[in-house]
Design a protein around this ligand. Structure first.
Ligand SMILES: NC(=O)c1ccc[n+]([C@@H]2O[C@H](COP(=O)([O-])OP(=O)(O)OC[C@H]3O[C@@H](n4cnc5c(N)ncnc54)[C@H](OP(=O)(O)O)[C@@H]3O)[C@@H](O)[C@H]2O)c1
Length: 262
């Protein structure tokens, strides 16, 4: 299957680790050039080293170290790299916790990145893509937006806002040739998820090191692998999915509709 990404440029925020790094690898495998961002040059250097070790050409990978919770950083990212064919909004770091554990400062700070970062970059790149009459924006959101939980309330509310944002923008962006859609991962192996699982293991089992026990009740008895999100993202961004916009795909192994286990 030719996904037609040769010569295309893909910008992936939060591309130094986890789901974002896996998405970068999948696009590189399809012949695209990638730009990956994170706050930390060390993390970006490690990501480039791991990708080149897998055989990908170094000149197909550019990096930008920026804190995208700052709107000025979103502007400078855009100034640096205006011509991208695909934008993957992925950088997010909302902590787990209930309403009493997430105070107002924590809540606002985490939304600066995951909510306003996505909105700011979409505003910038959508305009440019509309001028070119082509482009794709894929928002990596999260299942908590459709199945909100007390223990991840800040992330649930952010994701729910981003789902509405994606649907509202993607319903009309197609009139100027641009597709905007999202993907909702459920728990997926990454540094961030391990940290969150350890917190839950302390709350539920009294021992952070027992966090893996929490994954056995998940569909297939495991978390999703980042590559399972990445491969979907690349396929959905490709011309083969040219009619996909204004929707958010749930990737939860069917958990949303699973009959409760006794
Ligand atoms: N993993 C899951 O189970 C899961 C489930 C549902 C949704 N998601 C969503 O998927 C996305 C990726 O999650 P992940 O689990 O792969 O996370 P991760 O492994 O922690 O990676 C997060 C990435 O974002 C970057 N980042 C963090 N804060 C940043 C900031 N202020 N400015 C710019 N970059 C920043 C990180 O690099 P630096 O630390 O170097 O900045 C890293 O590259 C997030 O939006 C998350 O909410 C994940």
């Amino acid at each position: 299957m030719n996904l037609n990404f040769k010569g295309k440029t893909v910008l992936i925020t939060g591309g130094s680790k986890g789901i974002g790094l896996s998405i970068a690898e999948s696009f590189l495998s399809e012949g695209a050039k990638v730009i990956i961002t994170s706050r930390d040059t060390g993390n970006l250097d490690d990501a480039v080293a791991s990708l080149t070790k897998k055989g990908f050409a170094k000149d197909h990978i550019k990096t930008a170290a920026l804190d995208l919770s700052q709107s000025s950083a979103c502007n400078s990212l855009y100034d640096q790299f205006q011509n991208v064919d695909v934008l993957i909004n992925n950088a997010g770091a909302i902590p787990g916790g209930n309403i009493f554990e997430i105070d107002e400062d924590k809540w606002r700070n985490s939304w600066e990145l995951k909510v306003f970062g996505y909105i700011n970059l979409t505003r910038l790149y959508l305009k440019k893509m509309q001028e070119k009459k082509s482009g794709v924006i894929c928002n990596i959101i999260g299942m908590a937006g459709v199945s909100p939980r007390y223990e991840y309330i800040c992330g649930a509310a952010a994701n729910s806002a981003l789902i509405a944002f994606t649907q509202g923008i993607g319903g009309t962006s197609v009139r100027s040739g641009v597709r905007v859609f999202g993907i909702n991962p459920s728990p997926t192996k990454s540094d961030r998820m391990e940290t969150m699982m350890k917190k839950t293991a302390i709350d539920k089992l009294g021992d952070a090191s027992r966090w893996m026990e929490l994954t056995t009740a998940l569909p297939f008895g495991r978390m999703a692998d980042p590559s399972e999100i990445a491969n979907l993202a690349v396929f959905a961004c490709s011309d083969l999915c040219g009619y996909l916009s204004g929707t958010v795909i749930n990737v939860d192994g069917g958990q949303l509709f699973a009959t409760p286990q006794k």
